[in-house]
Design a protein around this ligand. Structure first.
Ligand code: DGY
Length: 323
């Protein structure tokens, strides 16, 4: 008789992690990467003890009520705004996320998006590909300075600190940050970062980078009023979550040149993108790929797998988000 716990892998992941999980569990995996509706997910979860999610499956009270056998949900993402944590705790379901393993890769991408936005990389490439380049001009795609400019980071967790280090040590940027709480003095010194109010950050940063988690309180942290406080020459980078920025207000600010440019990896209601953002040239748009290197995605899935294995072996999970 097979007494292994039964788990579901909700999206395609690195095949070696599927194999690792198969040594411990009876696994149903979605390696064909079908996008299931919430109802299909509930159906797939019937009789499952655990599930590995990717951050795009909503785990709420309704799902938990419909899946009474479920004991653990292991997200292969650092963000877990797809979890209703109180509902999971009330249902006695363990939740885990995948922090740390993606920090440096995501900070690399944040910096890449900042550079691409400031220096108008995609806009100029589209121009060239369209055959519009006829000669050198002194102001052709002249962008914003990165080195020596002021970098404002909202959300100074591990990824925010990684971006601060890159800016301060690699590009000689003056780093200011805003966060729920101040960093310890030694961390501030290491990141060469100065704590400021959100208003001061918005008014003085040349590049504003958002790296904060999405919560109800953070909904539209950047809306029309905040965009109006930024310098007209400033750029805004969002590698955090859609919903932190009011995308409609941002599209208007970009169209009206209220700010110079934006770089967005995440969107309200993604994978849909606000149609007005698609029509403005001064925005760099990427499909939620900040942690996307094969090595990091493998490490994220592997950490989620380690959490599942630890849980069913009766050990402490490595990276709990509740209990
Ligand atoms: C995360 O880890 O939260 C990322 O957004 C998923 O790629």
């Amino acid at each position: 008789m097979n007494c292994k716990p039964r788990i579901l892998i909700a999206r395609a992941i690195s095949p070696e992690v599927v194999q690792r999980l198969e040594q411990h569990f009876e696994v149903e995996s979605n390696q064909d990467d079908v996008i299931w509706s919430p109802q299909e997910l509930v159906q797939k979860l019937q009789g499952k003890d655990g599930v590995l999610t990717t951050g795009s499956q909503t785990i709420d009270a309704a799902l938990l009520a419909a899946c009474p056998q479920l004991k653990i949900v292991a997200n292969m993402a650092v963000g877990y705004n797809n979890f209703d944590v109180p509902a999971m705790t009330a249902a006695g379901v363990q939740g885990t996320n995948a922090p740390d393993v993606l920090t440096e890769t995501t900070a690399d991408f944040g910096f890449a998006l900042l550079m691409a936005t400031a220096r108008r990389l995609t806009e100029s490439e589209h121009y060239l590909r369209a055959g519009k380049w006829t000669s050198w001009r002194y102001d052709l795609f002249a962008g914003a300075e990165v080195h020596g400019s002021t970098l404002g980071i909202i959300g100074m967790g591990r990824i925010g600190q990684g971006i601060a280090r890159r800016g301060a040590h690699g590009f000689g940027m003056k780093v200011i940050y805003h966060n729920r709480s101040r960093l310890a003095p030694e961390l501030e010194a290491e990141c060469k970062a100065r704590y400021v109010s959100k208003a001061e950050l918005l008014a003085s940063a040349d590049h504003v980078v958002l790296v904060l988690p999405f919560t109800q309180e953070n909904h539209h942290t950047i809306g029309a009023a905040e965009l109006a406080q930024m310098k007209p020459t400033a750029t805004l980078i969002n590698i955090a979550r859609g919903g932190i920025v009011d995308d409609a207000a941002l599209a208007r600010a970009l169209r009206d040149k209220r700010i110079a440019a934006a770089g967005l990896d995440v969107f309200e209601g993604e994978p849909a993108v606000h149609p007005d953002l698609l029509t403005v040239p001064n925005v760099v748009l990427t499909p939620h790929i900040a942690s996307a290197t094969m090595g990091t995605r493998l490490a994220m899935a592997d950490l989620a797998a380690s959490n599942l294995i630890a849980f069913f072996e009766g050990r402490e999970v490595l990276t709990p988000v509740n209990k």
